[in-house]
Write a protein that binds this ligand. Structure first.
Ligand code: RNT
Ligand code: ZN
Length: 417
């Protein structure tokens, strides 16, 4: 039974030509990919006490209860999922394999290490996305991986990239689904290089080798992610935006746009419609940069709303893969997952509830005042009521119930670790 508040909200949207029931139906089928690495501060399970190191990214904070092994991470994800409505995928990094306490180097990983995840996700009807891990490793410690001047180092990482694509293909096959594998390499320099070109040439060559291995695109597609700067690579990042935009366009890979990887006032929303003319699909890393590339938890802010609006307005829901990428170790990590995933989906809902037909009509007739007025009115339509109805239909707790639930888990589980 729909609540009377929902019914009244539905009427208000209907006056603007928007059918909320239809929107809610469509909303559920749009997948959001949840990053496993929020659960343990990008540590992974290569060793019992693995920690993020190098790679120009950093997690700060030491909130109690970080997942220390796969069982804990899975339990935490299950808890988070109780509050996350809609279709959710799980985004895994290569360092999250089940290595069973054995030393398995990055050029030795295989599908077997991820089969457990496949079974786990299958049971939850979740798809999987994948990432080679080009950081937290001795051969990445000098700041260069695929673009290293040392051939042996390049070859090691090329091997890793190829293995990851093969693993992803098998995961895709096992799930009857397409895995999106994202390539992000931290390569760069703290201070101004004397030669910006040579590492970029080497990066291109290495990627060409990785992508020359034939993989069935039905089961795996590759994406490449750029970055403006990182910690320790402030002056030069080999894989800049121009580098990867060029690479993706030339080679037909997907392009990853991470909302924290551009100049502080530069959003990624306006890039979507342009890039989709030149690359087949886009992968988004929805994040929240604060001053520097800080990967804060996604919230219902304007940049997130802009991104979702642009996807919907461009009719690109099938061509844009939406993933999360943030990591905050200073707060309850279940909150981090739930808040960020919910904020992203709520922004998607808001975008789908826009009176877009009326706005387009106004635009097409040159009535830009009407377009402006409509978009402004839309901002105060009762989104919260529709969101609550959505959570209810999905059987997910909302509001205070969610907060209490997660706190209970903190007391019962996280604080005991
Ligand atoms: C780093 C990139 C990259 C990573 C993850 C862990 O700046 O955003 O996507 O955050 O692969
Ligand atoms: Zn990212």
């Amino acid at each position: 039974m729909s609540s009377t508040t929902y019914k009244s909200a539905k009427d208000k949207y209907a006056a603007y030509g928007v059918d909320t029931d239809k929107v809610l139906e469509n909303l559920s089928s749009i997948p959001l990919s949840m990053h496993c690495w929020q659960g343990d501060d990008v540590g992974g399970f290569e060793t019992p006490d693995a920690e993020l190191s190098g790679g120009g990214i950093q997690v700060t904070g030491n909130f109690k209860g970080k997942a220390r092994n796969i069982a804990e991470l899975r339990s935490d994800i299950d808890e988070a999922l109780k509050y996350i409505p809609g279709k959710t995928r799980l985004n895994l990094h290569a360092i999250y394999g089940e290595f069973g306490g054995n030393k398995v180097d990055r050029n030795e990983i295989s599908y077997e290490h991820f089969k457990g995840w496949v079974d786990w996700c299958k049971a939850r009807k979740m798809g999987i996305d994948f990432n080679p891990t080009y950081f937290s490793h001795p051969l990445a410690a000098d700041g260069f991986t695929l673009s290293s001047a040392d051939k042996k180092i390049r070859e090691f990482w090329i091997e890793h990239g190829i293995l990851c694509r093969k693993i992803a293909e098998k995961i895709g096959k096992a799930l009857g689904d397409t895995v999106i594998t994202n390539f992000w390499m931290p390569d760069g320099m703290k201070d101004s290089p004397a030669d910006r070109l040579a590492p970029r040439k080497r990066m291109e060559e290495s990627l060409d080798k990785i992508f020359s291995v034939k993989i069935n695109p039905r089961y795996n597609r590759d994406s490449v992610e750029s970055k403006l700067f990182g910690i320790g690579s402030e002056s030069y990042v080999v894989g800049s935006h121009e580098f990867f935009m060029g690479y993706a366009v030339k080679n037909g890979t997907l392009l990853t746009l991470d909302s924290g990887h551009f100049h502080p006032t530069e959003g990624i929303a306006d890039k979507i419609s342009s890039m989709l003319l030149f690359v087949p699909e886009i992968l988004l890393h929805v994040s929240r940069g604060v001053r520097w590339d800080s990967d804060h938890v996604v919230i219902s802010d304007d940049p997130t709303a802009d991104i979702m609006r642009e996807i919907v307005r461009a009719g690109a829901l099938k061509k844009v893969h939406i993933g999360m990428d943030y990591f905050d170790g200073s707060i309850n990590r279940i909150f981090a997952w739930a808040v960020g995933m919910r904020a992203a989906r709520k922004a998607l809902l808001a975008a789908m509830l826009e009176p877009i037909s009326l706005m387009r009509q106004a635009e097409n007739s040159g009535d830009y005042g009407m377009r402006l007025a409509l978009s402004e009115e839309a901002r105060s339509l009762p989104l919260a009521e529709v969101w609550q109805e959505y959570c209810k239909r999905e059987g997910k707790a909302c509001g205070l119930k969610m907060l209490e639930g997660i706190k209970k888990y903190e007391d019962k589980v996280l604080s005991k670790r």
